[in-house]
Design a protein around this ligand. Structure first.
Ligand code: CDP
Length: 224
């Protein structure tokens, strides 16, 4: 089968990660959740308890090792050989990840790693800047969107499944909007739809429906 890069970008809670996983599995491609990498950097910085400055972030980046391993349900994220797949989803990481991701040095390091992991392979990669910066020549670019109501509801359900309580719908919606605003307005590689990306609004789609749409678009390219 032809090996292509499928870039899936979009704001928080638009369904990127879940659909990327399904599409990768159907195509037998590797799947890379780039958000997990920025989350791992954020966790490493939180653990160091150092101020949020470019200098300290450089020190953190230069001393850590982030690896991604395929697993039955997508991807295991490792920070210096420790499985941090759960720890990077904490509320605290959510709170700081956008600020950490705006740092130029952090982005350079992560983008290099992302290119190295996927170059020449069949890969579904999801993030904020995959179609614009990481792989501007990706064969298929998808930009997922959804209403803020739908996105907050999904995050609320996700938290409930994990037993995380205490955050209500309104708080979650506010956090998501803040992160979107920060991601869209940063200087380096802001969240933006690539000109040649196909936009899919997932507000009223099930996970199966949205994944099927992307899968069909991918097959069209792979088989031609
Ligand atoms: O799952 P969710 O959409 O909430 O977030 P994520 O994909 O895990 O990404 C977390 C954060 O990492 C985003 O809010 C961005 O600040 C940052 N990120 C980024 O800057 N570039 C990427 N390619 C992926 C994530």
């Amino acid at each position: 089968m032809k090996q292509i890069i499928i870039a899936i970008d979009g704001p928080a809670g638009s369904g990127k990660t879940s659909s990327a996983k399904i599409v990768a599995e159907k195509l037998n491609y590797i799947y890379i959740d780039t958000g997990a990498m920025y989350r791992a950097v954020t966790l490493a910085w939180l653990r160091e308890k150092v101020p949020l400055t470019a200098e300290k972030l450089k020190e953190v980046i230069d001393t850590i090792n982030i690896t991604l391993e395929p697993s039955a349900n997508g991807q295991i994220t490792k920070l210096n050989d420790e499985d941090v797949s759960e720890a990077i989803r904490s509320e605290e990481v959510n709170r700081f990840v956008s600020q950490i991701s705006a740092d130029k040095y952090v982005r350079e390091a992560m983008v290099n790693l992302q290119r190295k992991l996927a170059e020449g392979k069949g890969c579904v990669m999801d993030g904020r800047d995959i179609g614009t910066t990481v792989f501007p020549n990706a064969a298929l670019k998808i930009y997922l969107t959804a209403s803020i109501g739908a996105r907050a509801k999904r995050r609320l359900n996700e938290y409930a499944e994990k037993g995380i309580t205490g955050l209500g719908f309104n708080e979650i919606a506010t956090q998501i909007l803040e992160r979107d605003r920060f991601d869209s307005n940063r200087e380096v590689s802001p969240l933006r739809k690539a000109n040649d990306a196909i936009e899919i609004d997932t507000s009223n789609l099930t996970l199966q429906e949205q994944s099927e749409k992307i899968y069909k678009l991918a097959l069209d390219i792979i088989n031609n």
